[in-house]
Write a protein that binds this ligand. Structure first.
Ligand code: PLP
Length: 403
């Protein structure tokens, strides 16, 4: 029997590590979810979440559901069967959101994106400019594609929609970007944002939400779609959520209150800076491994590399799942697998949520050992490169603080 000892490095790109403070907050007795104590907690949490989403215009509607539920809600409320939407291709999660739309009877067009590249705002502008009849009712974009570790250009896509003078609604999935790197719902004129509990918000999986601005709310009133669980109308009064469809997910609000405390104590911009440092260190490490035909950072453009996770592309003929299995069983490092067409081709290192540099370095050391034991060719000194990147980032920060 194999026995594990010491710290287990959970490096999945969601769910992420749940801080003890959050776990303890959640381990409290249930209360009446219609009573004043819960109502005050719910209202305060939903209001504070708006600050994380950087919205004043929009309001948040939470569900006792995983992110897939919020996807369903986004489609079920805004559109009528037969409506057309344009989904910007980014990978496994854009495909899954597109499938949700198709299930609701929408006509789904995919704006193609070459593999390992970011969504092209120019191509979006070109497609929307051709839609003179305004057939396309919405553009759907995943901010951070968790299957590829790629950040997509949300602000630039907004500018492309504006340049094309197109009235489409703009829907953005921020499940694995929110509270990890910058997301600005109002400034980028996002009509609907989809979020989830289990990534940068450091909660368990199982609660998701949509943030809705007045344009999206108006579209929901026009929609002819049949809705039940996801129907916003009975949940909202005077621009705020006053009930859930069924029992409220009370423990998630206990946890969310503390997770928001933690984000506010650190400061959102400092949270982003920490994620950026950890991402840069991870990529420096993978680049060192990549010498002499080793694994590579999946995105080809450095600016498209995500701050919340790194997808590592294996050299041809080597199996990412074997590396994952060795990393987990021998070195206590749990990694995300490749999804869909990337299964076996990539493993994913999550570096989001409740994480520090030393934990990351330990995990990278475990992965470097696993690469060697799996017989994967790779350059030496990945962990050294990560430490150098962390030191350089620390020096830049000190200089900025002294300037
Ligand atoms: N969107 C993105 C970007 C995700 O990463 C995920 C899950 O990882 C989802 C949607 C789906 O969320 P869930 O698995 O909570 O249903």
């Amino acid at each position: 029997m194999s026995v594990t000892r010491g710290w287990q490095f959970f490096m999945h790109p969601g769910p992420t590590n749940i801080p003890q403070r959050v776990l303890q907050a959640m381990a409290r007795p249930a209360i009446d979810f219609t009573g004043p104590q819960f109502v005050a907690l719910r209202d305060a949490c939903l209001e504070r979440l708006k600050a994380v989403l950087k919205t004043r215009e929009g309001f948040v509607i939470a569900y006792a559901a995983s992110g897939h539920g919020a996807w369903d809600a986004s489609i079920a409320n805004l559109f009528s069967p037969g409506d057309q939407v344009l989904v910007c291709q980014s990978g496994f999660f854009s495909e899954a959101w597109a499938k949700t739309a198709a299930h609701y009877g929408l006509r789904v067009e995919v704006l193609p994106t070459p593999e390992r590249r970011a969504v092209d705002p120019g191509a979006l502008e070109e497609r929307l400019s051709r839609d003179r009849a305004g057939e396309i009712k919405a553009v759907l974009l995943v901010h951070n594609e968790t299957s590829t570790g790629m950040r997509h250009p949300v602000a630039e896509a907004r500018a492309a929609i504006d340049r094309a003078r197109h009235p489409a609604l703009y829907l953005v999935d921020t499940i694995s970007s929110l509270a990890s790197f910058d997301f600005r719902m109002d400034e980028w004129q996002i009509d609907l944002a989809v979020g989830g509990s289990q990534k940068g918000l450091m909660l368990p999986p199982g609660m998701s939400f949509t943030a809705v601005n007045p344009r999206a709310w108006a579209a929901a009133q026009r929609s002819r779609a049949t809705r039940r669980y996801w129907d916003w109308r009975p949940m909202i009064e005077n621009g705020r959520q006053v009930r859930f469809c069924g029992t409220a997910p009370i423990p998630y609000f206990y946890g969310l209150e503390v997770a928001l405390d933690m984000l506010e104590e650190e400061g959102l911009e400092n949270v982003f800076a920490r994620h950026r440092r950890l991402a840069q260190a991870t990529r420096a490490c993978v680049r060192a491994w990549g010498a002499s035909g080793g694994p590579e950072v999946f995105p080809l453009e450095p600016e498209a590399a995500s701050d919340s996770l790194t997808a590592v592309l294996m050299p041809p003929g080597h199996d990412a799942d074997r590396v994952r299995a060795i990393a987990e069983s021998r070195h206590s490092v749990a990694l995300g697998r490749g999804l869909g067409s990337l299964q076996g081709r990539v493993f994913r290192i999550g570096h989001m949520g409740d994480l520090n540099a030393t934990t990351l370095l330990g995990a990278l050391a475990g992965i470097e050992l696993a690469l060697a034991e799996a017989g994967v060719p790779h350059g030496p000194g990945g962990v050294d490169a990560a430490m150098r990147a962390l030191r350089a980032a620390g020096e830049r920060q000190t200089e900025a603080a002294l300037a």
